[in-house]
Design a protein around this ligand. Sequence first.
Ligand code: S3P
Length: 446
Amino acid sequence: MSVLRPLTSAQSSSLSGMARIPGDKSMSHRVLMLGLLAEGETMISGLLESEDVLNTAMAIRALGARVVDEGDGLWRIYGAENGLLTAPSHILDMGNSGTGVRLLMGLVSGQNISVTFTGDSSLLKRPMRRITEPLERMGGRFDLSDGGILPVIVQNSGHLEAISYRLPVASAQVKSAVILAALGAEGMTTVIEDRPTRDHTENMLRHFGVNIVTEKESDDGCGWVIKLEGKQPLLGCAVDIPGDPSSAAFPVVAASLVKDSVIRLPHIGVNERRVGLYKILQEMGADIRFENSHREAGEPVADVIVKYNGPLKGVTILPEDVPGMIDEIPVLAMAAACAEGTTKMSGLAELRVKESDRLQMVAEGLKKCGVALETGEDSLTIHGTGQPPRGGALVETAYDHRIAMSFLVLGMVTNDPVQIDDSRSIVTSFPIFTDLMNNLGASIDS
Ligand code: S3P
């Protein structure tokens, strides 16, 4: 690995102006994968050109898609000829991306080819049995490394059968892997989720012409049932990717914390299952508004306007709130550290198996910045004073992009600057983060 690249964030007087947030990461991975399976041309605008997504683009090319990068987020994908994927001649290195590798494991397991996947040192630590377990029930065959981790060989299983599967963890990646495998399986697959997770795979499949039914499991519960028949054709189409609400979360929290801020972020994806953080910030007292709401490619989109509205208040986050803001908990913790009163979050077990153990990294970093907190196995309690924390610390990021960006947001309000040990991970999801924040009025510098 090359040398670390530290960055320092110092107090900002106010944030103002308009910023265009790069495309949604989840949708960008999915549009490439569905483009690979589809007949004809898929025309994409607004693709996120971050390292994670570029690794997926490389993978679909190796699997038989023709991929044309026309510049500025415009891409054309031509699906594999006659719908038949090619077995790559080399190992597919998915870098840092759990979404890339897990969804592709599902997709290729239904396609009569054998593929080997690996990843970077962070991805090599992440659990993969959650993916292979349902896919093996469908007839998929996998050689995982000891401990249920990558590298994995997805064997040519010849034939998959539909299953009915209740997700044991609230994970859109597991749900999507089963759905993508189901496209190559015989019969009707049913996936049941007790807590709704992001539904971009379902929405986008519909946009590609697939008949996929989603309905509530019961009138009073929060469970959802998803059903689709295998072997349906996908038809290439045009997809415009909105700005990523998880990336927008960083300037949104920053503008809620830095006095006198007013920012506008046009064209952000505001899918109900992604905007949990925005709703919680409103509950904490933030002034966040949505304008120009409309739908594109089956997804709701809006401009997000944030105005500083005084100190935030502590809040309680319940386990059922977590899937709707799974990637935003680190930056929410920064807001909680500045809020008045205690914020209690529970149901955070999944945070421990993200790009890093995010619960531990958040807690260690905040403590170094002078914040009082307690952690449990799956909980975090932060005691805010209503004043910005002291800061003045060097925070470790464990090559985790969301930890890195969260602490740079905290540094915009702390009394003394916050330094992160390494900023290189930011390219995995939000390559223009530093310039975008500095253009709004942040002071982030090496
Ligand atoms: C994602 C799902 C989430 C999320 C990740 C992206 C997706 O992971 O944390 O950043 O695109 O499906 P889990 O499904 O493991 O919760």
